[in-house]
Every structure is written in structure tokens, then in C-alpha cells.
Design a protein around this ligand. Structure first.
Ligand code: SF4
Length: 292
């Protein structure tokens, strides 16, 4: 049964989790309940000590790479209580996305902020059934603050149009929201730091279908590394941890990144097959011109 925490305890824990997040700690694991857990909810200082013992302030010269996770006690709804997101009590997707954007702020959580002009949050219909996830912003996206607006974006628009949809009908985001220098792939720590915000966006939109654009997006979403030939042509179940229990989650398909298709247009037919698989699942008929 959910335990009601005293306001003082709740505030202290919330502040501690905020501190952890600012320090780049996003993963919290449960451990066996301490013998005196029953006293935890009624004793703010004891509870904070438990968390503080696991995630104390960094010491001079300390290797922060060793501090990737924090250990918290195993109370039934502890994580939900102490890790509130600003959008947790909000059901409207547009408001939820706005709150996530506000929470992101002028983000400096990873080193990619050093190279960006604008944060590229995401764009589209907050109620979209279909969501595309790319790798990261390029130069045009960085300049305009919107995903997929350059040449690759034009091709993505055409792909969406071929499906009988408009760009405004779908939601588009990336694994990382700041441009990697030289358009390199996002590094592991960058993707890990940024992806919690993408997961919250996905949880807000609750699409029926997610399409990962390219191997990097697929690798980060599915946590598997495989060549595109193995990733494409099948469905994956996808549901971010902590998302609404009433949402069954999305089905995820993988196709080629439009930038790759610009380099190798011969693969466009294969990408169209992937999109047809998506359309079939969504019960969509291709517009007559695209189908011919
Ligand atoms: Fe923040 Fe994401 Fe940009 Fe890194 S890539 S600075 S985590 S918004």
C-alpha cells in the first residue's frame, strides 16, 4: 500500500534527487529493505541519511565516473515519491511536453552544450500516433532549433507525405538535443544523459508506433547493437520505464536515416517497405499517387 510521507521528508528527498540529477545521476536501484525501514517514513533525517550515504556530495579529486547510480531503499512506491517530474500529475500531452521543455531549460548536463547554438527539443503533434526518432541535430537544425529541417528533413517530410500524412501529424525528436561537433555520432555518456528527456517525451505523446531512424537511434532506444539488415523488417515492443500504466506502450520499427538515403538513394525502396509495414499496422492506406 502506498505510504504517505511527511511533507518535510518528501521535500528533503525531492531536493536530494534534484541534486543527483544535476550531478548527472539518473539511475536509481533498489536494495533490500533495511531492518528499520518501518521507521523511515516517519523520520526525515534517517531517510535523508540513507540517500545521502549513497549519493553524497563529490569530494575533491573523486572519480565521478564511479558514481553512475544511487542506491535507495526498497519501499513499494519510493521511486515515484522521491523522483517526481514536473509533468507527473499532468495528463494533457501538450502541457506535459511544455513542462518537460521547461525542466530541460538551457541544459548543460552533457558536453554537447558546448557546441550547440539552439537546443532541438522536438516538434509535432503532441497526440501523434506516429513518432520518429533520429540521432541528433545537424547544422540546419542547430541553427533553427527544430529537428529535420535540412536536406535530410526534406526527405523525411517526403517520406511522411508518401504515407499520406503531414509533418504536423507526427512527432519528431532525436536521441540527443544538441548538435554533436562535426555531425559525429553522440557518445555513450551524451546519449545516456539526454535520453531521459526523450523517454519523457515518448511517455507524454504515447505514440502507437515509434520509428527509429538509423542504427544509432535504434541502438539507443533498444539497447542492442546490430546491423540495419538485422534491425529492420520486424517489430519491437517499447515502453519507457515509469510511463503511464494505462498505456500499453508503442511498437517500434527501424528504418534508414534520411541522411543515409541521400547518400545511397538505392535504399529508398527498402525504407518504403519499412514505412508500409508501419502503415499496415496503423491501418493506413497510402495515397493513390504514392502507391502507384
Ligand atoms: Fe542537455 Fe541533451 Fe544538450 Fe546534453 S545533448 S546538453 S543532455 S539537452
Amino acid at each position: 500500500m502506498a505510504r504517505i510521507l511527511e511533507p518535510q521528508l518528501r521535500r528533503a528527498l525531492v531536493e536530494r534527487v534534484r541534486f543527483c540529477r544535476e550531478m548527472g545521476v539518473y539511475d536509481f536501484y533498489r536494495r533490500a529493505a533495511p531492518a528499520n525501514l518501518g521507521e523511515l517514513a516517519g523520520n526525515a533525517s534517517a531517510a535523508v541519511d540513507v540517500v545521502a550515504a549513497s549519493v553524497s556530495e563529490p569530494q575533491p579529486g573523486e572519480d565521478m565516473t564511479a558514481r553512475k547510480s544511487a542506491v535507495l531503499p526498497a519501499e513499494s512506491n519510493f521511486l515515484q515519491i522521491i523522483s517526481p517530474n514536473p509533468e507527473d500529475e499532468v495528463s494533457d500531452p501538450a502541457t506535459t511536453l511544455r513542462l518537460i521543455r521547461e525542466d530541460l531549460g538551457e541544459c548543460t548536463r552533457c558536453k554537447l552544450h558546448l557546441h550547440r547554438d539552439k537546443i532541438v527539443f522536438g516538434v509535432g503533434d503532441p497526440h501523434a500516433q506516429l513518432m520518429f526518432v533520429g540521432e541528433g541535430p545537424g547544422a540546419d537544425e542547430d541553427a533553427q532549433g527544430e529537428p529535420f529541417v535540412g536536406r535530410a528533413g526534406q526527405l523525411l517530410n517526403n517520406m511522411i507525405k508518401a504515407m499520406g500524412l503531414r509533418r504536423e501529424d507526427v512527432y519528431i525528436a532525436n536521441i540527443v538535443k544538441c548538435r554533436p561537433p562535426g555531425n559525429r555520432q553522440p557518445e555513450r555518456d551524451e546519449a545516456d544523459t539526454c535520453s531521459p528527456f526523450l523517454m519523457r517525451q515518448i511517455s507524454a505523446v504515447k505514440p502507437k508506433v515509434l520509428v527509429a531512424l538509423g542504427a544509432t537511434a535504434a541502438k539507443n532506444l533498444l539497447a542492442i547493437s546490430a546491423p540495419m539488415t538485422e534491425l529492420r523488417g520486424r517489430w519491437y515492443d517499447f515502453k519507457p520505464a515509469g510511463s503511464d500504466a494505462s498505456w500499453a506502450g508503442a511498437r517500434l520499427a527501424v528504418t534508414y536515416h534520411p541522411a543515409f538515403l541521400l547518400r545511397d538513394p538505392r535504399q529508398k525502396g527498402e525504407a518504403w517497405k519499412d514505412l508500409q509495414m508501419v502503415m499496415k499496422y496503423l491501418g493506413m492506406e497510402p495515397p493513390r499517387k504514392a502507391a502507384e
